[in-house]
Design a protein around this ligand. Sequence first.
Ligand code: SF4
Length: 357
Amino acid sequence: MRPEILRENLLGWYATHRRRLPWRETSEPFAIWVSEVMLQQTQVATAIPYYLRFMNRFPTPAHLAAADIEEVLKLWEGLGYYSRARNLYRAAGVVTSRFNGQVPDDPEAFRSLPGVGDYIAAAVLSIAFGRVLPVVDGNVKRVLSRLLEIDTPVNRSGAHKIFQLPAMELVCPKQPADFNQALMELGALVCRPKNPDCLACPLADLCRANRHHTTADYPKRDASRKIPHRHLAIGVILKKGKMLVVRRPLDGFLGGLWEFPAVPAEKGQTDRQGVESMLAAETGLKIAVDRRLTKIRHAYTHFTLSGDVHLCRYVTGRVRLKSAHGHRWVTLRSLAGLPLHKANHKFLDALKSALGP
Ligand code: SF4
């Protein structure tokens, strides 16, 4: 394959077909960085309003570093993968204190920041600073696997490094920013996971899968493993019109987010005494279960969750948490100001109806 022809075709297509997106209207490295962090696990349409709100509140690393992590998580609420927000927050602190508030353009310095891996480093350094580095995300892997008929499963560990090699050979040394964005855009708009539009593709003449009629066979994937399931007993513990919420440890899964106390339980385990003693062990409180409020289900990428939500009454005792880091007694109104994870949002309407105005 002649890389020059591929670059010319791809860049020509991108010049006329690129979507107008807010992060393409700026050359600010911090704004590009924020957008790439959001886009790592999130669809473009979902990310746009989050990006606009985030940049409006935190236009520079210094603004972000000076904020409270709780406010950052609140703005991220619903976007998922909260370690992205926590790492960005920590990185903004380092940029402010060590790099005078300027995003470093030196690859080693930038890669030393929390949360900056291969993808973020290549994306930000090429798009914001014009460094000749290949960006490899899910879209790029799909395009390359079809274009070159690469048999490596895209979801296998180590696949990233394998796809980086052809990406490095193809990236345009004169326009790395446009080239990388063009390849990702082609994957998003034309070389889609299902029904790639090969007739409209600027790389159709160069594409091996198109020539061999094998597009449906690429990308290869290892069979995905069965996703585990967890079941929880969740307690809304009421005391004088307020409810107990607890804060998850900052460095774990959903770290720093607030939630109602919850304990692992057997599915269908709804006997009052069992739920009362489990929640008592988790919170240090003696409580009484009044009734089951509702059931919820939620799916994360690596496990699914279901839960029975119980309306409970505080009886006696002081809060002594087993696994959470901090607690508050809140009204429904003050709960709205806390970053709460999605599984808890699923029963807020039922809770509001139960508690009344
Ligand atoms: S020709 Fe088809 S399969 Fe090949 S890169 Fe273009 S859209 Fe993808």
